[in-house]
Design a protein around this ligand. Sequence first.
Ligand SMILES: *Cc1c(COP(=O)(O)O)cnc(C)c1O
Length: 394
Amino acid sequence: MTRIETLAVHAGREDFIALGVHAPPIDLSTTYPVTDLDVGTASFDALVGGAASAANPIYARLHNPTVGRVEKAMATLEATEACVAYGSGMAALTAVLLDARSRGGHVLVVRPLYGTADHLLASGLCGLEAEFVEAGDIAARRRADTALVIIETPANPTLDLVDIAAVVAAAGDVPVLVDSTFATPVLQQPARLGAAYVLHSATKFLGGHGDVMAGIVCCSEARARGLRVVRAATGALLHPFGAYLLHRGLPTLALRVERAQANAIVLAARLAEHPAVAKVHFPGLGTVRNAHLVGSQMAGPGSLIAFELVAGYDAAAAVMSLVRLMTPAVSLGSVDTLIQHPAGLTHRVVDPAAREANGIGPALLRLSVGIEQVEDLWADLRQALDAVRLSAAA
Ligand SMILES: *Cc1c(COP(=O)(O)O)cnc(C)c1O
């Protein structure tokens, strides 16, 4: 079996030698000439009905070869038959929700999860009733009209882990969607554990350089057909240039994930020792729910760290303005280190009571560790934490 590091370099590029190219061609056509109407009609029917490709792409909302290439690559990396790409992670989740309506009107969701995903589900905007439950209650809360179970592991922003295989068993014949954005296929492949849908905000690690917004869903070909029908009808497309950038990021995915993770392991341990820090949430320190899954479900702890400041909100806000090398910004999974305040930014849209109940408080910061030299990162973080501690002591 070819390993993930090798697959990441070569997936979606299998036809390059035959084509006589070394980089993916970018096809920017919005329409395609139809010189044989019978072929055109058959292609149109196939694509609108959810086929992955057809003899003629017809129109860019139905199919784009550059997007198709990165979809093929991601299906390979997640060990699924198919992958469907969208213009953002939220567009990808929306498509799965709209498609799920044909199976029923109820979804079970385990908190915490990405702020806007929580908001989309709680708002009922997609016409589904979302019930928020503990992972252990899924079997009991399943209903005849339950169309989907949604989990995120590691969860944003607390880094709690959810046992994918246990959730799949509890869900029975209800498909399970795993948002695997924080893990990437380098650390975890949820489809191998029975997840029906693997979702990524490809804006994060997969793109990896902070310059492309994209979302992908990896699943069986049968499920992908339903998603393509929704995409063709709603138009939540990934632009071919975005698809090119996404594909360009993949060969270094494993290197980036490994380096960022190695940095995070060092930083998490040092943060835990710093007197300005009250608590560190990091799967590698055993300080999150289900941390025992590191080493089995998840190959390593990843490179996201959440930590709470002793001196509360003011200290958290101060750290964000004191860092010089790290970028104080939302998003994650970029080559550079990002630091942000979940309660004030990414999880602003979550119901305040749910935020509180899930430990997303005023003192919490989330760090997305990049691939810089770790001592430079620590020097930056330490000077900010030392300054916060001195001002608290004064
Ligand atoms: C960012 C993010 C999303 C949403 O993706 P966008 O590309 O921003 O639309 C969903 N889930 C997780 C875990 C995320 O971090």
